[in-house]
Design a protein around this ligand. Sequence first.
Ligand SMILES: Cc1cc2nc3c(=O)[nH]c(=O)nc-3n(C[C@H](O)[C@H](O)[C@H](O)COP(=O)(O)O)c2cc1C
Length: 343
Amino acid sequence: MGVNFFFQIIKPFLFKLDAEKSHNFVFFCLSRLEILLGKFLKTPSPPIVKSTYVRNLFFRNRIGLAAGLDKNGQYIDLLARFGFGSIEIGTVTPEAQLGNEKPRLFRVENERALVNRLGFNNDGMHQVYKNIKKSRWVREKKGILGVNLGINKTTSLTNAYDDYRKGLLCFWDIASYFVINISSPNTMQVRDLQTAGYLEQLVDNIRRLQKQQNEKTHNGRLIFYKISPDNDQKNLARMCLVFNKLDIDGLIVTNTTNDHEGLINSIGEPGGLSGEPLEHRSLSCLKIVRPLLNEEIPIIASGGIMSKEAIKSRLNSGASIVQIYTGLIYEGPKIVFDFLRDS
Ligand SMILES: Cc1cc2nc3c(=O)[nH]c(=O)nc-3n(C[C@H](O)[C@H](O)[C@H](O)COP(=O)(O)O)c2cc1C
């Protein structure tokens, strides 16, 4: 595969650069290539391998791209060539924001991990909407597009619903599913939305809005919630009670962790840890949540899925779909086709 060959050649050079710069450089180059050559190529459909339904949505395969890699929905047609059955963009907030000070993304190469404290940097929902509209893959409805929503830094938690509402209404006609991100480790207090004081009211408000919108538009949009792996068992049980009571459409288990104990060599940089050291924690979280959640509520697994064995154990533990991010950074685009071939 051309893109993979290119990746393997430039990887040693890229891994010497600052992590965020090299990410931007690679995606800038590849997206230019996509613009140049894409019009001569067919829009790819995700390979059909062990396809499945999640509620009313047909996933041609079970490997999805996790949020955060394409925050602004600029690279959808390029990423679609890697074989993903679903692509989740974002986190998107109503207003554009710069995120935290740089440097804010770090590799821990020998442990196949990343630490990031980006802080919801994105171009704002209106620009992201325009970007999505340009995607042929989306227009031709080739795969599943998820839009992950967040709140602006200046929004207080009591007003969080307003920001999610704006995001939902903005992307309602274009997203296949939404993710309400209540688990970012890098945005002041967002994770507090998982606590008793906020969660039930928030989910209830969103559920009402969803019902109204689905009745009006008849397009049955799904809304998932993404949780942190840093919740203890008691918290997870309490959250599942709310999710069951309000009958949410699905859960993403999990985001990155703030706990760096899984790292053998600490890098002394705070932020969300992803990749191999997250695998065990994220899987444990799935194993706690699955039996607590109503059977009909599907789970999408994310967190340290870097091998075929990791995929198998998530699917065997009750996940319907798996998502990857850090694995793609370390292995390159061939990872998706490798996983699909052997699954
Ligand atoms: C650099 C980076 C940025 C991320 N940004 C987001 C984000 O904006 N929203 C979100 O829900 N998750 C975000 N994530 C979390 C990923 O979607 C994923 O849940 C997490 O990295 C665990 O999967 P992995 O170990 O395969 O990377 C980000 C992860 C990384 C590494």
